[in-house]
Design a protein around this ligand. Sequence first.
Ligand SMILES: N[C@@H](CCC(=O)N[C@@H](CS)C(=O)NCC(=O)O)C(=O)O
Length: 209
Amino acid sequence: MITLYRVPVSHYCAKVQIALLEKGLPFDLPPLPGGSTRSAEFLAVNPLGKVPLLLDGDFRLGESEVIVEYLEDRFPTPPLLPKDPRTRARSRWLSRFHDLYLGPQLTMLYLGIASRREDPAMIAEVDKLAELLTTLERSIEPNPYFLGEQFYLCDASFCLSYTYVAPLTAAYGKPLLPSQTPKFAKWFEHVASRPSVVEVLAAARTALG
Ligand SMILES: N[C@@H](CCC(=O)N[C@@H](CS)C(=O)NCC(=O)O)C(=O)O
């Protein structure tokens, strides 16, 4: 049996949950041991103190991209990575762009909302987010998904993050509207109706109140 430790508002966790749902795998979503990533109970399971954490029987694995690649190797059907080496590399490039650049930028803005909304340094971070989104716009030609007709891991990576862009930037008084990222917005129209994405985004909305 597969267990996923996650928090619903995390885009890294959302990616893994979407991959599990897309593959049609049964899995549990128990509460975090001890109630948080910092609890002694959770640190005993994952000393890094991070989610997502996947348990597959007695096998334990952290890091969202490593987890989804493991799921792809272990449960290859339906495929969530393209077979063609270059298209496969493109999927990985997009996922890394998300995990190394766009995702952390969103996380920083999210964490600053409560106390640093007026801080010019944080407002400058909104501009950096806008630059990253411009890079993304230049890098994609959705049709309707990032790499064509199939939904892949790269698509799973960005689903929850997309929904954070407008509200987070608005909170800093510099709203970035979907019309400013038309390709990304068009892509989202398509992914947003997939049952896996509907379920994961609904859980995030509920958790955020
Ligand atoms: N590179 C990691 C990032 C995971 C990560 O930063 N998770 C956050 C939630 S978004 C977390 O567990 N934070 C808890 C903490 O740092 O205490 C991945 O892709 O899984």
